[in-house]
Design a protein around this ligand. Structure first.
Ligand SMILES: [Fe+2]
Length: 186
């Protein structure tokens, strides 16, 4: 699945330049985390990393809220788990509320798992052109690009406590990958 996801994302995002560089770098981090996951979860994580921002592609941008647009596209292709991960990536429900799209987003399952935490970690440690960043630098970068009153910035700030929980969980995974595979209920 991740090979298809890489091709599909490249086709949609490569014309946008740095969105594709961001997606590829998020997927690189996902590959590093995959060692601590089951093979099925690792494949889904890498696929979701490639695909999480495809909703920015002009041909998919219907509502203008990229997690929802990307998720609807993936649902249409039959990738329901990926659609849920993309819909809710990096705690998008806060921004959805600010945009009045919370009910539309709630049509997708939020699996709230180690995989979704890992996806948030990968996204928050990767800058807009694929550069490495700390989550705090990423928040400041979003604020600088979108403005402090933007729903993007406000949504990210509202999500911050949950996101920091995810980042801590995944930092632990990176330190003790084998223990995590054993500890995770399936
Ligand atoms: Fe995104």
């Amino acid at each position: 699945m991740s090979a298809w996801a890489e091709d599909h994302s490249r086709r949609l995002l490569d014309p946008l330049g740095r969105r594709w560089r961001h997606a590829r770098a998020v997927a690189d981090t996902a590959h590093q985390l995959a060692v601590g996951l089951t093979p099925a979860d690792a494949d889904v994580l890498v696929a979701a990393a490639y695909l999480h921002d495809i909703g920015y592609a002009p041909e998919l941008a219907i509502t203008g809220f990229h997690p929802l647009d990307g998720a609807r596209h993936l649902r249409g292709l039959g990738y329901e788990r990926l659609a849920g991960l993309v819909a809710h990536h990096t705690q998008g429900r806060h921004e959805a509320e600010l945009r009045g799209l919370q009910e539309a987003l709630a049509e997708f399952d939020d699996e709230d798992s180690l995989v979704s935490a890992a996806l948030a970690y990968c996204d928050l440690t990767t800058g807009p052109s694929g550069e490495r960043m700390t989550p705090e630098q990423r928040l400041l970068d979003v604020e600088a690009r979108y403005g402090e009153d933007s729903p993007v910035t406000k949504g990210l700030r509202a999500a911050w406590p949950d996101l920091m929980h995810s980042v801590g969980q995944v930092a632990e995974l990176r330190t003790h990958p084998t223990e995590f595979v054993v500890a995770q209920p399936r």
